[in-house]
Design a protein around this ligand. Sequence first.
Ligand SMILES: *Cc1c(COP(=O)(O)O)cnc(C)c1O
Length: 359
Amino acid sequence: MTQSSLLSSLFRKEVQALSAYKVADAKGLIKLDAMENPYNWPEELKNQWVEELKNCELNRYPDPEAKLLADTLRVHDAIPECGDILLGNGSDEIIQMLLMALTPGAAVLSTTPSFVMYRQISLSLGLNFHGISLQNDFALDVPAMLAAIEQYQPAIIFLAYPNNPTGNLFAAEALHGILKASSGLVVIDEAYAPFADASFIEQLACYDNLLVMRTLSKMGLAGLRLGYLMGHPDLIQQLNKIRLPYNINTLSQISAKFALTHPAVFDAQSQMICKHRRHVFEQLSDIPEITAYPSSANFILFRTPLDQADAIFSAIRQQGVLIKNLNAHGGLLRDCLRVTIGTETENETFINALQNSLR
Ligand SMILES: *Cc1c(COP(=O)(O)O)cnc(C)c1O
C-alpha cells in the first residue's frame, strides 16, 4: 500500500499536500506550549464530580442535543434570547462543521498569523483560504481586510478575539466594520474569553451574519473537548444537519455541566492566570534582548534577537521547559516564541531558563 499512484488516485491532492497537525512530545517537561490551565481542582470538588459521574448510564447513547449542558451554557454566558447554540467536540470540530457546510471552492478569510486550524481545515476540504497579514503591531489591517472581502467575497471570515498566537484583542470598531462589509458569515472566536475583558456575545442581537465561538479548553477543561457556537437560529439549524448525532459524549456532557455550575473555582483560576500574566510580561520586558507583546490571553508572544529563536527554544527545552517555537511560520512570527502562563513556580523556571539561554 505504498504506491504513490494508489494514494494519488484515492486522496484529493489538497489532502496529500497537507501535513498532519503535530503535537510536541512533552514527556518529563514543564508544559507551557498549549495554553492549558495549570491548576487542579480542589479535592472536595473532585469528589462531588465523581459522584455525578457514578449516576451516568454509559450503556445508553448521550442526549444528542446535550440540552442540560446547552441550557447551562446559555445561563453561564448570558447568551441573548435571539441566539441559538451548537455544541462541538472542541471548537475545532465546529470550525470543521462550518467549513463542511459551505459550497465547494468557497473562499475563507482570516488573518496571518491566526489560529492554524482555520487554514488547515479549509485546505483539507478544498476551500480557498486567504490569510490577510496583520500590521507590525498585530493590529488588523482594516483596509486590506475590506479589500479582500470585496475581491474574494468570502463565505466565512474567522477572527480570533483575542488572537492566537499574538495574544492581542483587535479593535472592536474594526470588527464592526468587517461585520458590516461582509455578506458572508463572520465568526468571532473567543477561545480566550476567560482572560479577556471583551466579547461580541451581546452583538448577536445586532448582526444576522455574526457567529460567536467559545471553548472550555483554555478555561481549564481541555481534556473534555467542548466548544460551542452561538448565532442566529436559522444558521444553527443548518449546521445541526452536518453535526454527527452524538458528538458530545456523556462524560463530557455531565462534566462540563458540573464545572459550569461551580464557576467560582474556574473564575479564581483565570484571575490567578491573569495576575501571573502581568508578572511574566514585566519580567520578559525587563530582559533587554527580548520584546514581549501585550496579551489578553493566557499566553505571551515574545521576539528573540535575529535568528536566535530556534537556539533559544532548544536551550529552554534542554532545561526542562517546553514552549512553542513559531519562528518557522515566518512573516510576522519570525524570531517569535510563545509561552503559556503556568503556575508561579513553572513561570519562574521558564524565566530562569530563558535568561540562561541568552548568556
Ligand atoms: C485553542 C483554540 C481553539 C481550539 O479550541 P478547542 O475547543 O480545544 O478545539 C480555537 N480557537 C482558538 C483561537 C484557539 O486558540
